[in-house]
Design a protein. Structure first.
Length: 432
């Protein structure tokens, strides 16, 4: 696997598929032999593991949900505890976070995955990479970016989460060429620079690997957030998508038409509400089967993220599947006066108003057909701004939710509930 590196990406679709199916068969047999959860699943549904040979055979196996992983967390672990190198947890937006145990090989796989992912985004061994995520709090991604950068032969600066001022000091001292960051923070950094005599365009940073928030619309054009960033800073933005459970990233190449699948590490299916694969380019739930995972592997894992996959050859020459931006979370889908809506669309409107600062979107069940939406903002926001936000929301998403002003302290405590690793901008009170 390691010796192939990215050669597989450029082979024919048939060769990529054949190579994936060999890895899939191995993974299925490994799961049956070592995973109490999957052994039980196969036995209950009378599935012979050796009959799963092709990617299309996967549809015989019931998909695994986050709920399955949550309820049977220990039964997913495939190795004895003394073989675990590291325990990490999922973001845990609801209830207790899920534990994912990684072996030494899983950590190596993770580093390899991120190295490949950075290479696809054009990062090389000559780059200096500024890492603005956390590396502690049992967070997997930060460690993946760190080990992936080292494995690529590039230099890393663990600047971590901090305010723009210390980040700019680090930039001027170490001259990083690439930053791995949440895109909304990149905008803050640009704004702070511009108002403090720093021209971001003259800085060493020329490329950003953007995590956690989409930077494109579904047709790959820059979304409002990206437009705001590039309006201030002529920096190349690359989107990357991953989750703790999948242990694999989908990262954009220079064509910026979706994140490339790493075929030796993951199989991806896009499923409809009935668990059937959708047509190429159609919206569905991203469902993943990571390959070569030892500690806590999952099979046909439904991520809850809704996106589109494209399998036509990319302009970069790769023949791997590309994943478009996440258009919403399946469980956050709202019904509002007969139309379907995701909180993400509301966020995009809010983020286009610089003066808003922080906000929290609260979704509640109202009547059978309608969800109610309330947006909390800080109390220093003027009546005029509230009116303009409502007009913009009505104009772009045809919804006018209630806007409630609260003190900055209350807003901060809503945004950062105890134990949260990232700001909780969406509170969904409906099903929980
Ligand atoms: Zn490409």
């Amino acid at each position: 696997m390691r010796s192939n590196e990215d050669k597989l990406d450029f082979k024919s679709k048939e060769e990529i598929k054949a190579s994936q199916e060999i890895a899939l068969q191995k993974q299925i047999l490994y799961l049956y032999a070592n995973s109490p959860f999957y052994k039980n699943l196969f036995d209950t549904h009378k599935i012979d593991p050796s009959s799963i040979k092709n990617i299309s055979d996967l549809s015989q196996i019931p998909a695994t949900s986050k709920n399955d992983l949550d309820k049977n967390n220990n039964n997913f672990q495939c190795v004895p505890s003394n073989k675990i190198a590291e325990y990490v947890t999922t973001s845990g937006t609801l209830g207790d976070p899920i534990i994912i145990a990684l072996t030494k090989n899983d950590l190596d796989r993770l580093a390899y995955n991120e190295k490949r992912s950075l290479q696809i985004a054009g990062v090389t061994g000559n780059d200096i990479v500024q890492l603005t995520t956390t590396l502690d709090k049992m967070f997997m991604a930060g460690m993946a970016y760190y080990t992936g950068t080292i494995s690529l032969g590039a230099s890393v600066i663990r600047s971590g989460i901090s305010n723009p001022s210390p980040q700019w000091k680090i930039i001027s001292r170490f001259n990083p060429t690439v930053t791995i960051t949440v895109p909304s923070f990149l905008y803050k950094l640009a704004k702070f620079g511009s108002s403090n005599g720093i021209n971001p365009n003259e800085s060493s940073l020329k490329k950003a690997i953007c995590i956690g928030e989409p930077i494109r619309n579904k047709d790959f054009t820059p979304n409002k957030l990206q437009q705001k960033i590039i309006g201030q800073w002529n920096i190349e933005l690359y989107s990357t998508y991953a989750s703790t459970e999948m242990m694999t990233a989908f990262t954009e190449c220079s064509e910026q038409k979706g994140g490339h699948q790493l075929p030796e590490l993951i199989i991806v299916e896009i499923l409809d509400d009935n668990g059937k694969p959708v047509e190429d380019g159609q919206l569905g739930e991203v469902t993943v089967t990571p390959l070569g995972v030892e500690g806590t592997p999952v099979l046909r894992y439904r991520t809850g993220d809704l996106a589109r996959a494209y399998s036509d050859k990319c302009g970069c020459g790769r023949n791997t599947i590309r994943l478009g931006p996440v258009e919403g979370r399946k469980n956050q889908m709202m019904k509002f006066k007969g139309t379907t809506l995701f909180p993400q669309s509301i966020e995009e409107v809010l983020q286009s108003f610089d003066e808003i600062g922080n906000y929290v979107i609260e979704i509640s069940k109202n009547t059978i057909d309608t969800d109610s939406i309330r947006i909390y903002v800080a109390d220093n926001i003027s009546d005029k701004l509230v009116k303009n936000i409502k007009l913009e929301l009505a104009d772009t998403i045809r919804v006018t939710p209630e806007l409630k002003r609260v003190t900055k302290t209350i807003l901060a405590s809503m945004l950062h509930p105890e134990g949260a690793r990232k700001p909780m901008r969406i509170r969904d009170n409906r099903a929980y």
